[in-house]
Design a protein around this ligand. Sequence first.
Ligand SMILES: CN(C)C(=N)NCCC[C@H](N)C(=O)O
Length: 253
Amino acid sequence: MTLRTALVRAPGSRLAEGLVTHADRRPVDVGLAARQHAAYVAALRAAGWRVRAVPAADDLPDAVFVEDTVVVCDDLAVLARSGAPGRRAETVGTEKAVRGLGLEVTRIEPPGTLDGGDVLQVGDTVYVGLSGRTNEDAICRLAAVLAGRGRRVVPVRVSGRLHLKTVMTALPDGSLIGVPEHLDTSALPCLRVVPEPAGAPVVVLGEDHVLISASAPRTAERLRADGLRVTVVDIGEFEALEGGVTCLSVLVP
Ligand SMILES: CN(C)C(=N)NCCC[C@H](N)C(=O)O
């Protein structure tokens, strides 16, 4: 198995047709998106991640949000079954990629629906958003599968936003950060509130290193003040489609 690998998927020509659920639709510049994606991939590489491309899927507008297609836990890849039926075909390419990494493969079966953007792994705890995309059936299936890997699943209700990781992620020390307005925080240990919504999604690149959106300058400043190394990327064209920094990759540590 290949370690410290980041799976990414290049944006396709139909990106601008991607789904928008909670935001107002605005035009997406596909050329700019491609440049932003290339800079995002460069940031992963610069942080020491080996990048592997999931085969492109030009006919699937949201395929660039590769995080939603799979949950990787140790040597196991759980292929998702999106709550958005039009996104389900995206797993075909992801399955090829995770098999290529030598991962064992299982999948969420009907009636379960799950988007990887709802799954936040923090140590042995796996927070799973109960959202418009992810249902109880899939959460139970994921809990059963991941119990075999020593993980405990904690469901977290998400309202008014797309995914759990739209509104909550974790820092390298495992502490949770996010925006409580869209979360049922009762099952959470504690949540550090970010000064702007775009600061909720962070990608942990290393033990003191995070990746964050250029739309979250105040959060970046606070994380720097905490002593973290902060890499900032502009992903504005993906944010227009309700994407965040986590959505554009699957990190296989
Ligand atoms: C953590 N997030 C937000 C994600 N993992 N995925 C974003 C998917 C956006 C896409 N337009 C959609 O609506 O499916």
